[in-house]
Ligand binder design. Structure first.
Ligand SMILES: [Fe+2]
Ligand SMILES: [Fe+2]
Length: 407
């Protein structure tokens, strides 16, 4: 098959991206397009992108909405080390076994998936002047031709660019296709907060997670914490499914925001919030074993054991050794009698992060930025009610928490 590869940051995905994919398919040069959101870019302050899982899932939802067939998304970069360089991604994805198993997973027959493929890297004319400065461009062109989209009014002199590139990269092949679509830029969209060129599925996603508002906090925590947050977001991807992974990231950023408001350590809040549910989807036996290691028999309820188990996992897999962070993870479901400010913040953020819709959370959200204990009081009341309704006894830690909040 002729396979188009389309990489990008997709922060956010916009109509310009969609028109590139449509144009490439319409040109007949490629049979299918694989979209590959870049997982790691430069982490330099001011250039920080939204954490990778948001961009990946937002793009996935848009593609599902816009294309019924022939366009697929790849998460390959979540499993690669270091900065997401095109040369590495193209080499990894086009490996014979890799591409065959990817295509089989998308429903292609064994023979179709396993046949030799031709690859095209889909891009705009804007990359031509600098392509030879990319990371290992000779490696890229060994595997993939460039498939360059040309918009009406584009004045790039493609013939002379081709000639120039051919002189430095003898193996390069360049094909062009015409598109009608708009010229949009993700950074302009972010800067102006003008989402006219953003497809509805992406807009719904951005609103659900309050993405571009919430992520502002990443500019206020320390650079080190922001970097850890981005890395853990990638590392969590194999452990949590979409909904829970995005929930944990939302909790991380909201915890940091609340910490800044209430005078707690925002760096610790960011990480504790992000990792609070990290053990929730590992198998129950391992959860139970970890919980036992952390706290003996203190947590018996099956629904609660992921909290102490999460603290063990945060320490073991993510290298977190800060006791305050580990405690906030341990007590995020139950609370405890002598909760620290950090415990309280993570507990609350877990209940009210932007994607939470289980009830009208407006009063608690409003209280959370003014009076932390009042907001927690409302949460505890709701939890107590729920346990009563279900005929369950309140865990002792939660009773102690409820008492301390009242006092
Ligand atoms: Fe939890
Ligand atoms: Fe949670």
């Amino acid at each position: 098959m002729n396979i188009g590869l389309f990489g990008g940051s997709f922060d956010p995905v916009h109509n310009g991206h969609i028109s590139m994919i449509k144009g490439a398919l319409k040109s007949g040069i490629v049979d299918i397009v694989i979209v590959i959101p870049a997982v790691r870019n430069s982490f330099k302050r001011g250039h920080i992108l939204s954490p990778a899982p948001y961009r990946y899932y937002m793009t996935a939802e848009v593609l599902e909405d816009e294309f019924k067939k022939n366009v697929f998304i790849s998460d390959i970069e979540f499993f690669m080390e270091g900065i997401s360089y095109t040369a590495n991604t193209v080499a990894a994805l086009s490996g014979k076994d890799k591409i065959a198993s990817f295509l089989k997973g998308k429903g292609f027959s064994e023979s179709k998936a396993g046949e030799p493929h031709r690859y095209y890297w889909i891009c705009g004319t804007d990359i031509l002047p600098s392509f030879d400065k990319w990371y290992k461009p000779d490696e890229i062109v060994k595997t993939a031709a460039l498939l360059v989209a040309r918009r009406p009014g584009d004045t790039t002199d493609i013939t002379s660019e081709k000639k120039r590139l051919k002189a430095v990269l003898p193996n390069i092949k360049i094909k062009t296709f015409e598109i009608k679509g708009i010229e949009a830029s993700s950074s302009d969209i972010r800067k102006r907060q003008d989402f006219d060129d953003v497809p509805k599925a992406a807009l719904d996603f951005i609103r659900e997670h309050d993405l571009y508002e919430s992520r502002k906090v990443l500019d206020e925590v320390s650079e080190e914490a922001a970097e850890s947050f981005m890395e853990y977001a990638i590392a969590l991807y194999p452990y949590l499914r979409e909904k829970r992974l995005l929930h944990t990231l939302n909790v991380g950023m909201l915890s940091a925001k609340l910490a800044l408001i209430h005078g707690a350590d925002a760096d610790k809040a960011l990480i504790a919030g992000e990792l609070h549910d990290c053990a929730k989807e590992i198998d129950r036996d391992t959860q139970r074993r970890y919980a036992q290691e952390a706290c003996g028999d203190l947590f018996e309820d099956e629904k609660l054991i992921h909290s102490p188990a999460g603290a063990v996992m945060a320490e073991r897999f993510f290298g977190v050794d800060d006791k305050e962070i580990l405690d906030a993870i341990t007590y995020h479901t139950t609370g405890r009698g002598d909760m620290t400010l950090l415990d309280k913040i993570v507990y609350l953020a877990d209940k009210i992060e932007p994607a939470r819709t289980y009830t009208d959370l407006t009063p608690i959200r409003e209280a959370s930025v003014k009076d932390l204990n009042a907001a927690l009081g409302m949460c505890v009341e709701a939890v107590t009610e729920k346990f009563k309704r279900q005929g369950r006894e309140l865990p002792p830690y939660t009773s102690a928490f409820a008492e301390s909040i009242k006092g």
